[in-house]
Design a protein around this ligand. Structure first.
Ligand SMILES: O=C1C[C@@](O)(C(=O)O)C[C@@H](O)[C@@H]1O
Length: 235
């Protein structure tokens, strides 16, 4: 049976819409991020999953860069967290704060409660596909996300090296004050942060098995990110 995630060390997630990729991910990944919003029949795929790697389930709404499927998004997440392979669930900070998410029978509080019942960690996430907020805002978002979830994740877009550096600094500050965070800067200028942020305490990284299946701008492929992170971090 897949094991729980170790939230206190770095976890590399193979990000995919296709759980059949798990065998190919096994060599380099610690976990599979299942992008339910990008999959055709996510709950059927999940029911059939018998891989070795634990799963982090994500069902991203369109207003946060995803492709919400035509079914109850939170209902699907609530069902997903009951699967024994699911070790973590991603819920946007905006969702946790009550942003409307279409027709759902369950509330976000129920999704979180069900995750807790099944020992699945909650990753509270924030995305900015346009830029990088100023440092005070980044600090506040990381604080809020780390408080709302077991890990607070922030993915911003770096347009300059200064913005990429600001993300790394914020990661260091958050980790130093005891917040469990995961950070990355999307886009070309931020690409290296995916390898470097773990040095400053970032707990999660994301990469596609094949670079052509990237789930966000600037991702390295899985084996490359594994090598870079391992070379830079003392694990
Ligand atoms: O939130 C994240 C991080 C991410 O956007 C990235 O930049 O690697 C990739 C997404 O699949 C994941 O859900």
């Amino acid at each position: 049976m897949p094991s729980a995630l170790d939230l206190d060390s770095f976890t590399l997630c193979a990000s995919t819409a296709d759980l059949d990729e798990e065998p190919a991910a096994r060599e380099h990944a610690d976990c599979v991020e299942f992008r339910m919003d990008l999959a055709a029949d996510p709950l059927d795929a999940l029911a059939a999953y018998d891989g070795d790697l634990p799963l982090l389930v994500t069902n991203r709404p369109h207003w946060e860069g995803g492709e919400t499927a035509p079914y109850g998004r939170l209902d699907a997440l609530a069902t997903a967290v009951e699967h024994e392979a699911v070790a973590a669930v991603d819920v946007e900070l905006a969702t946790l704060r009550g942003r409307a998410t279409g027709t759902n029978e369950v509330t976000v509080a129920e999704v979180v409660a069900r995750a807790r019942e099944h020992d699945a960690a909650v990753v509270a996430s924030v995305h900015d596909f346009d830029g990088t907020p100023d440092s005070r805002t980044v600090d506040a978002l990381l604080r809020a996300a780390a408080t709302a979830g077991d890990i607070g994740k922030l993915a911003v877009t770096a347009r300059t090296s200064a913005e990429a550096l600001a993300v790394l600094s914020a990661t260091q500050r958050a980790t130093a004050r005891g917040d469990r965070v995961a950070t990355m800067a999307m886009g070309e200028a931020g690409r290296h942060t995916r390898a470097v942020a773990p040095v400053y305490g970032s707990r999660l990284g994301y990469a596609p098995v094949d670079a052509t299946d990237a789930t966000a701008p600037g991702q390295y492929d899985l084996s490359t990110l594994r090598r870079l992170v391992d070379d830079l971090s003392s694990r």
